[in-house]
Ligand binder design. Structure first.
Ligand code: MGD
Ligand code: F3S
Length: 839
């Protein structure tokens, strides 16, 4: 990972280096790291008392030593205005990762803003405004005055529904409890904004409404459960590449049999074996290959379903498990409701019927042969999966099965019912709230959700992208997201968005920037004529930012103190270890400054009553936002402060906090251990989840019209839309264009070779990709890297969503044609198989 860094020698971390807590700010796993920093003109020595490791570095170190770091973990950054060396290295004592880094997290240092070492020079340093036909730097005062005046005017004239918002709702970078509270208090407290959407979907909704409606919060177990399970069932996820260290540090030990001791210790008297795994994915992923290598192929069951048919499979498994009598009747009687549900599941706010076990069993009954026909999985394999999930162990002990899912389900066909159908199986087999169990989403980012009540948004909430395309809304505030790369129906969205924002740019070009009154009038007139005024708050210049009129520079994790929780609700603080670039500041403080300016403008407009709504934003630091939000409003938040979190280190505590004892925050390892669930009566609900084919509008027709499935998702090296990676040679040299995995027979059919550029096109739009030969792919089924700047997969995803406006990326079909032979930027690439090898 020293790729093109031109670092030939790394300084030794001195014994007195500053050491701070860091949680990797990329994925949900939230691996623990430490940041070591010390003055640029100093370094440690090889003697044990001269270096931070306390060992004799003049001697050969043992293979597993912690006393090292790689060039990618090193940089020179500013701290209080002075250059310091920084090393951000994984923490061996963190129970999440036990010292493992990932190809993303182990590059946190090299992905930091450094003037000395020229990394991430793309970062926004100053507020930018559209002035004289281009974006120009300005002061916070000037930029916020413009934002507040236009926003307040539009709200005053047209109401709050004319203010559209796109905002992160997570933790890690771009989010965290401080920042979601900042934006939440602004848009849901001071205002009641309804036309708001979340960073990765076109509406303000949960991606997992169904499990919540059933009373089962989606992050209900702990990472240790993956070590304790007899069987792991994973649906629509590729955790080796997307939850890397959760997979490596907690799943692999179970698959290898090295967590057997732990199982014996925790469940004496039960027979134990190494863990088995059932993987539901239409694609043979590297996770499948890795599981086969680690567990032996006989312990891995890959149910390679036809795209979008999970629901039929789950209903068949539920039927089979019930008919075999492998259910946990005691749990069902004690912890689930026997009330039969009402309705037929056609209510768009709740497109499945919440009900009793008996009614769900009846409503979801499907013959295995019928499910085999729909899913393409053999009847024998469905039976085998049911047995691996639920057949009692020798002596009658209940099988412990953990269910995990992510975007293949969440962004797949019929999200609500499919989610419900999987939770049905977990409830029927008593695998919630117990060690070795859980029915959990694997997650994407860490979470940091703290907001005032959001009931006014409604359910289903507005399909914001559609409203924008239809010409609604006058002002758009965007926080840490880039729809140009990461939305569905992206081609149409970009076409209309550009037209609407160009209208405002043209109007702004016609008046002197310094004449603020004339400028606001010109902008408002353009809005009245269908234009849109757009404000982008981000850490880097985004693609959607090119359409915006104001860009506000935000600080990211490590440049501010930031709290978040991971996929087992483990909350930690990442301490501020470097300065933000230029004038950049934490999002929560940007939100507060917008609120302060809005208050002033409404006061000037003579609207004192509205101005009063913007009280309570007198925050000086991110800690003020944390205390106002998480500490004061979160469940258990009163036990949590920055000081206490610092003391809890990279292991933190698992939410919710229940107390503070002996200098430690007391947390909750698993949810629902008392058998009481998140419904009014504490009883979980089953759901009737009848199969209804491809549910989202336009998908069936698309499938019939085009020859290739354009399956899509993530790759190990790339973080999200590559917003930082675009300035990193290690990633961009590997993937100058998004790859599209294709079977060699398909390549021959359309006459393309490895590395050739192809156009992917259908009724929704067109995009481009680079061919990656993949013999393990099924003919007719491709897989394209998602959200990439040099070929946006969302261009070919149609506008169809489920009733609650969850996008359906995964079920996309299109045609593929050659554009060009492999360009020069591709010539150096390796196209070797990505299959994992244990050797
Ligand atoms: P994806 O690659 O989007 O990732 O994590 P994952 O959900 O694991 O999709 C997973 C799988 O869904 C793919 O292998 C795909 O073949 C499968 N799939 C497609 N269609 C279907 C279907 O019909 N049924 C089933 N069962 N499966 C299907 C996403 C997660 O990753 C998220 S949400 C985020 S925000 C993070 N992003 C991220 C990243 O950008 N890069 C890396 N390296 N890791 C990441 N981790 C997180
Ligand atoms: Fe970072 Fe760990 Fe994920 S290193 S990217 S949190 S697997």
């Amino acid at each position: 990972m020293a790729y093109k860094r031109q670092i030939d020698r790394l300084p030794i971390i001195p014994a007195n280096a500053r050491k701070q807590n860091v949680v990797c700010h990329y994925c949900i796993v939230g691996c623990g790291y430490h940041a070591y920093s010390w003055p640029a003109n100093k370094q440690g020595g090889t003697a044990p008392d001269q270096n931070a490791f306390g060992v004799d570095l003049s001697e050969q170190q043992y293979a597993e030593t912690d006393a090292w770091y790689s060039p990618s973990m090193y940089n020179i950054v500013k701290q209080d205005g002075k250059d310091v060396h920084i090393v951000i290295k994984p923490d061996h004592e963190c129970v999440v990762n036990s010292g493992l880094g990932s190809v993303r997290g182990a590059r946190m240092a090299e992905m930091s803003y450094s003037q000395a070492r020229s990394t991430q020079q793309q970062r926004l340093t100053d507020p930018l405004v559209w002035r004289y036909g281009q974006m120009q730097p300005t002061s916070w005062e000037d930029a916020l005055d413009l934002v507040a005046r236009v926003t307040a005017r539009v709200v005053a004239d047209k109401g709050e529904d004319a203010l559209f918002v796109s905002a992160f709702d997570h933790g890690g970078a771009g989010g965290g409890y401080e920042n979601t509270w900042g934006t939440g208090k602004l848009y849901f407290g001071a205002m009641k904004v309804k036309n708001i959407r979340i960073h990765n979907r076109p509406a303000y909704n949960s991606e997992v409404h169904a499990t919540r409606d059933m009373g089962v919060g989606e992050l209900n177990n702990c990472y240790e459960d993956a070590e304790l399970a007899d069987t792991i069932m994973v649906v629509g996820a590729n955790p080796l590449e997307t939850q890397t260290n959760y997979f490596l540090n907690h799943w692999v030990p179970n698959l290898r049999g090295s967590s057997l001791g732990k199982k014996d210790e925790q469940f004496s008297g039960e027979p134990h074996d190494r863990g088995r795994i059932v993987i539901v994915d239409p694609r043979r992923t590297v996770t499948v290959a890795a599981c086969e290598a680690e567990a032996g192929a006989e312990n891995v069951l890959h149910l390679q379903i036809k795209s979008g048919t999970d629901l039929a499979l789950f209903n068949a498994l539920f039927t089979e498990i019930s008919e075999q009598g492998w259910v946990d009747q005691e749990f069902i009687d004690a912890s689930t409701s026997d009330q039969e549900g009402e309705g037929d599941g056609s209510d768009p706010a709740r497109p499945g019927v919440l009900t009793s076990f008996a009614a769900a069993r009846e409503g979801n009954r499907v013959a295995i042969e019928e499910a085999a026909e729909i899913t393409g999985v053999s009847a024998d394999d469905i039976r085998k999966a049911a047995a691996w999930i639920a057949e009692p162990k020798e002596g009658g002990a209940r099988r412990r099965t953990m269910f995990a899912y992510e975007k293949g389900l969440i962004w797949g066909n019929d999200n609500y019912r499919t989610n419900g159908a999987l939770v049905n199986i977990a409830l029927a087999t008593g695998n919630v709230g117990r060690p070795g169990g859980g029915v959990v989403r694997l997650g994407g980012h860490q979470e940091g959700y703290a907001r005032p009540a959001d009931g006014h948004v409604g359910r289903p909430s507005a399909y914001v992208d559609r409203l924008l395309i239809e010409g609604q809304g006058g002002v758009h505030h965007i926080w840490g997201c880039d729809h140009y790369k990461t939305t569905l129906n992206a081609a149409e969205f970009k076409r209309v968005y550009k037209q609407r924002t160009d209208k405002v740019k043209d109007a702004m070009n016609a008046v002197p920037y310094g004449d603020r009154d004339a400028m606001v009038e010109a902008i408002v007139a353009a809005i009245d004529d269908g234009g849109l005024f757009a404000v982008d708050v981000d850490i880097v210049p985004t693609k959607i930012g090119e359409a915006c009129h104001v860009m506000l520079p935000a600080a990211t994790s490590g440049e501010m103190n930031l709290t978040s929780m991971n996929g087992e609700r483990r909350m930690r603080i990442t301490e501020r270890y470097m300065d933000p670039p230029g004038q950049a500041m934490p999002d929560c403080l940007i939100a507060a400054r917008i609120a302060n300016h809005m208050q002033q403008v409404f006061t000037d407009l003579g609207k004192a009553d509205i101005a009063a709504n913007f009280d309570g934003f007198e925050w000086e630091t991110e800690e003020d936002a944390f205390m106002d939000g998480y500490h004061a409003t979160a469940h258990g938040g009163e036990h949590v402060t920055y000081e206490r979190l610092r003391a809890m280190g990279t292991n933190g505590f698992q939410e919710p906090a229940t107390g503070f004892e002996d200098g430690k925050i007391v947390g909750t390892q698993r949810l629902y251990t008392d058998g009481k669930f998140g419904t009014e009566d504490g009883k979980a609900r089953f759901m009737v989840t009848a199969w209804r084919g491809l549910q989202a509008p336009g998908k069936t027709e698309q499938q019939a019209a085009y020859p290739f499935l354009i399956n899509n998702g993530r790759a190990n090296q790339v973080w999200q839309s590559a917003y930082l990676d675009v300035e990193n040679d290690f990633v961009m040299d590997r993937w100058p264009f998004p790859f599209i995995e294709m079977h060699p027979d398909d390549m021959a059919k359309i006459g393309v070779k490895e590395g050739d550029l192809v156009e992917v096109y259908n009724d929704a739009g067109a995009t481009q990709a680079m061919v990656y030969p993949t013999p393990s792919a099924r003919p007719g089924e491709t897989f394209m890297l998602f959200a990439y700047p040099t070929g946006v997969q969302g261009n070919v995803v149609n506008a169809g969503t489920n009733e609650l406006h969850i996008p359906n990326y995964k079920q996309t079909w299109g045609n593929i044609r050659k554009i060009a032979d492999a360009p020069a930027s591709v010539a150096h690439l390796s196209f070797k198989s990505k299959e994992y090898s244990a050797a």
